[in-house]
Design a protein around this ligand. Structure first.
Ligand code: DUC
Ligand code: ZN
Ligand code: ZN
Length: 478
């Protein structure tokens, strides 16, 4: 097995930073050494197969994006990244593991949805991957299957309080599934928006001729997120289920999470880069020669972008500092403008919901270090260590320590990344939701289980390198 020494860098963990060399043996980390140290009397640098010079750079555990949707059938079309293109883009951006969502749709069995997801991913991923299970049809059979999923390494499931007629579950169904969560220790993940009320508001807006993409965010008002978050918290309290709210965007939803956590409840939440950087006002102002006001469709996602004037973005950054929110995922769900987003040209309700960010999460969050919103250590914690702990991967992933998988990123704080369709862009999309963003930092080298898959501007990975991750139960619960 090949050995590699990553030398001269600053190893950053969730709890600190230190000058250290990292010795990789095959797929795993063998040692974290004093810089230039000898091992068993041997000069390590002289005895390894390869030395990666990390002088002046950070050496961090590879990113873990715990919320992605490759090839998701949605809104009359399918998310445009395959497991092959999406995981390759992830690798370019310093993410070395994803957790995608296997889908059970109404009238179908969980087993079949899960098997279909394994088929889509197997042999196609550039990096390691795991699955959460979307439960779209709660009944006796699906509840029984859910109970068995931890044996297959699937230890979390997602339910939707939104999208009636598609993924929606009512409170009775949620309650029953949460009882399984309580019994098994599986984490209940919740899309917390009041879907039935949103659908009424959306229909009324369209009747008034308000069909532009901006009205997507008007219909999905923060009150709808606050209310659903509170209801999910109360159902979780009643059942004793651990709860994780996905894609939190409203400051009032964060207040609900903080309230429940202060009472000692096992309640957690993630936000996404779009809710930290982008706003409803910018979506309202968006216009282009090609698309006119339909340009705003590029940022139609759910939960929606929120008003900057109301302070939601600042509240998300603060919650990331105070641990009212524990991690940042992308909710990567890309659609092209051509033939996909444009399905909603005359009615915002038909725009497939989703933004593609998998390639830029590590960079966008590092920009938060540059601007002083978060510390360097918190960057690692939010993007790698906590995702590993939250979803039962810690020890193998999310940390640089002997015995862990050698998923490592060498990040250059003096480098620069210009984001744009004709610049840094490997996602299968015809636009970038992040066009024009400039990042003071750069992903230089990426190792996935010891193999260098990104080396400067060279991609050295291959589809099929990534393995399915059988996850354990959450290591984050109180
Ligand atoms: N939100 C999105 O933006 N896309 C996919 C599903 C979801 O909940
Ligand atoms: Zn969702
Ligand atoms: Zn999602």
């Amino acid at each position: 097995m090949a050995t590699t020494l990553i030398s001269g860098g600053t190893v950053v963990s969730a709890t600190g930073r230190a000058a250290a060399d990292v010795l990789v043996d095959g797929e795993t980390i063998r040692a974290v050494l004093e810089p230039g140290a000898a091992l068993l009397g041997t000069d390590v640098a002289a005895s390894v197969d390869r030395v990666i010079d990390a002088t002046g750079r950070y050496v961090i555990p590879g990113g873990i994006d715990a919320h992605t949707h490759m090839q998701l059938p949605f809104g009359g079309t399918e998310a445009s990244d395959t497991f092959e293109t999406g995981t390759r883009a992830a690798a370019w951006g310093g993410t070395t593991s994803i957790i995608d969502f296997a889908v059970q749709t109404y009238g179908h069995r969980i087993e079949d949805g899960l098997a279909a997801w394994h088929e889509k991913a197997a042999g196609n991923c550039a990096i390691d991957y795991g699955f959460h299970q979307i439960v779209g049809d709660v009944n006796e059979a699906s509840l029984a299957t859910l109970r068995r999923l931890p044996d297959e390494g699937i230890t979390s499931f997602k339910m939707f309080m939104a999208y009636p007629g598609v993924f929606y579950s009512d409170d009775a169904q949620i309650l029953k599934a949460m009882q399984v969560s309580r019994d098994t220790g599986m984490l209940t993940m919740m899309h917390a928006e009041n879907g039935p009320a949103i659908d009424v508001l959306a229909a009324q807006l369209v009747e008034q001729g308000k069909t532009d993409p901006f009205y997507h965010g008007v219909a999905r008002a923060w009150e709808m997120e606050e209310e659903a978050t509170h209801r999910a918290i109360m159902l979780a309290k009643l059942t004793g289920a651990p709860l994780y709210i996905v894609h939190v965007s409203a400051k009032q939803a964060v207040e609900q999470l903080a309230w429940a956590r202060d009472k000692g409840q096992n309640v957690y939440g993630e936000t996404c880069p779009q809710y930290l950087y982008l706003s409803l006002e910018e979506q309202l102002g968006a216009s282009s020669e090609q698309w006119g006001h339909f340009e705003g469709a590029k940022w139609v996602c759910s939960t929606p972008l929120r008003s900057r004037e109301e302070g939601h973005q600042q509240s998300m950054w603060q919650a990331l500092r105070t641990n009212d929110l524990q991690m940042v995922s992308t909710d990567h769900c890309p659609f092209c403008m051509k033939d996909q987003k444009e399905l909603g040209l005359s009615d915002f309700r038909r725009i497939p919901n989703g933004i593609g960010s998998i390639e830029h999460r590590m960079d966008l969050m590092y920009q938060g270090v540059v601007t002083g919103e978060i510390t360097l250590e918190r960057w690692v914690e939010l993007t790698s260590t906590t995702p590993a702990r939250m979803f039962g991967l810690y020890g193998t992933k999310g940390v640089i320590q002997p015995g862990a998988d050698a998923d490592i990123v060498v990040y250059d704080p003096n480098g620069h990344t210009s984001i744009g369709l004709d610049k840094t862009h490997h996602m299968n999309m015809d636009y970038s939701a992040w066009e024009g963003y400039e990042i003071d930092g750069h992903v230089d080298t990426v190792l996935s289980r010891g193999k260098v898959i990104v080396d400067g501007d060279q991609y050295l990975g291959a589809k099929g390198d990534g393995r399915f991750l059988k996850r354990g139960l959450s290591q984050y619960l109180i």
